[in-house]
Design a protein around this ligand. Sequence first.
Ligand SMILES: [Zn+2]
Length: 62
Amino acid sequence: MMPQTSHAPGRICPACDGFAQAVIATGTRLRDGSRHTIPVNCPTCRGLGIIVRPLATAARTA
Ligand SMILES: [Zn+2]
């Protein structure tokens, strides 16, 4: 089920397209044969899937 127009206010994070959390395999295999995975949050939106402020505005520090 994907929300289409009723997502949270703000912009969908361009780095992850809203998929703020991903599970990646570390390459290590556990003793039970399954792969070792760790959840990671998108560093751009910190796991929110959206960015409240546009990056262009936030990066303006000079
Ligand atoms: Zn993101």
